[in-house]
Ligand binder design. Structure first.
Ligand SMILES: NC(=O)c1ccc[n+]([C@@H]2O[C@H](COP(=O)([O-])OP(=O)(O)OC[C@H]3O[C@@H](n4cnc5c(N)ncnc54)[C@H](O)[C@@H]3O)[C@@H](O)[C@H]2O)c1
Length: 315
């Protein structure tokens, strides 16, 4: 990695994508500081693993309340409440972490002398665009979030671009599509469905299972973020798409097939999510022009991921 990006401040680095990023940065020889409040979504096994590394330090804090900025060359802001169903039930914490947390971290950057300010990388989401029946969303498209989670993420993106213009902070916004990978918290589709099927319970399927999502391995997301840190155009937005677009029912079928659960026992329809997005799809040609492309294949990776889930974490 570029020498000038050797001290990395990660927020939410004990969460699903953040821990993959932290592990890679430590493997690459970087120094990593991690601001994580250690919410229900934090992985305590990773906390123990990282704590043993001499280049790592955890600052157990809330990004919305943190009152200082440790020395760093780049901030990668993963910290967020990330589960749409929780946002539909109760949205206040989403505003606090996803919006006020970004406002606070941007202010911490602004408080530094201009030449000491780190690059601010905001991890956004494909959900800020809302859904799209045909075609793909490009970075220039209008933001039309459909639920409180995606609304807080879209609002945070606007904070970042405006702090860039008004205060001269250097930034990139990255908008990944649905991530899959090892040790995701079991509120999300793949681990939750695998857990239920393993326990002889049908997975819960929204509607008729026809909603379409694109699937991106968390390690491919890490590759994308490192690509932008190393050679991205500053003060611009990058979508992170995937080559695998699937209906939810196809994901459930693949899990059932691997776990040898007959289809008739594998899932049941459940009440639909209010404001459900029908399909997400991203045009990520800007990022691919930098030489990035997803390397992992969904159907090759899925069995190992399902087998690796730590089901003790789920109870
Ligand atoms: N998982 C996906 O498929 C996906 C897709 C697109 C974008 N994203 C975005 O990527 C980021 C990471 O997602 P994830 O799935 O790893 O999330 P996650 O829910 O697994 O982990 C979130 C982490 O952030 C921490 N955290 C939450 N609120 C905090 C706060 N106020 N202060 C400090 N720490 C806090 C939690 O303790 C946890 O460790 C999020 O910003 C999310 O919006 C995720």
């Amino acid at each position: 990695m570029n020498k000038s990006f050797e001290i990395i401040l990660v927020t939410g680095g004990l969460g699903f994508i953040g821990k993959h990023f932290v592990r890679r940065c430590l493997d690459n020889g970087c120094f990593v500081r991690n601001i994580d409040k250690v919410s229900y979504a934090a992985d305590l096994k990773s906390m123990v693993e990282f704590d043993a590394h001499p280049h790592y330090r955890l600052l157990q804090m809330d990004v919305a309340e943190c009152d200082f900025l440790p020395e760093c060359d780049v901030i990668v802001n993963f910290a967020a409440e990330s589960h749409v169903d929780n946002a539909i039930t109760s949205n206040k914490q989403f505003c606090q972490s996803n919006f006020m947390g970004v406002q606070n971290m941007l202010e911490r950057v602004r408080a530094k002398q201009a030449r000491e300010r780190p690059l601010f990388i905001q991890i956004s989401t494909d959900e800020v665009y809302g859904d799209i029946s045909n075609g793909k969303h490009s970075e220039a498209d209008l933001l039309k979030p459909s639920n409180p989670y995606s609304a807080t993420k879209a609002s945070a993106d606007m904070l970042v671009t405006s702090w860039g213009r008004t205060y001269g902070i250097d930034w990139n916004i990255m908008r990944p599509t649905n991530n899959y990978g090892c040790q995701q918290y079991p509120e999300k589709l793949i681990p939750k469905s695998a857990w239920r099927m393993r326990r002889g319970q049908p997975a819960l399927m929204h509607g008729d299972g026809s909603y379409v999502r694109s699937w991106l391995h968390a390690e491919d997301t890490v590759d994308a973020i490192l690509t932008v840190i190393e050679r991205g155009e500053r003060n611009s937005i990058y979508n992170i798409g995937s080559d695998t677009e699937l209906r939810n029912i196809e994901v459930l079928r693949a899990i059932a097939e691997h776990l040898k659960v007959p289809e008739e026992d594998a899932w049941m329809a459940t009440g639909n999510r209010t404001g459900q997005d029908v399909r997400y799809s991203l045009d990520d040609s800007r990022l691919r022009e930098l030489g990035w492309a997803p390397k992992r294949q969904f159907f090759e990776e899925l069995p190992g991921i399902v087998d690796s889930f730590d089901f003790m974490r789920f109870s």
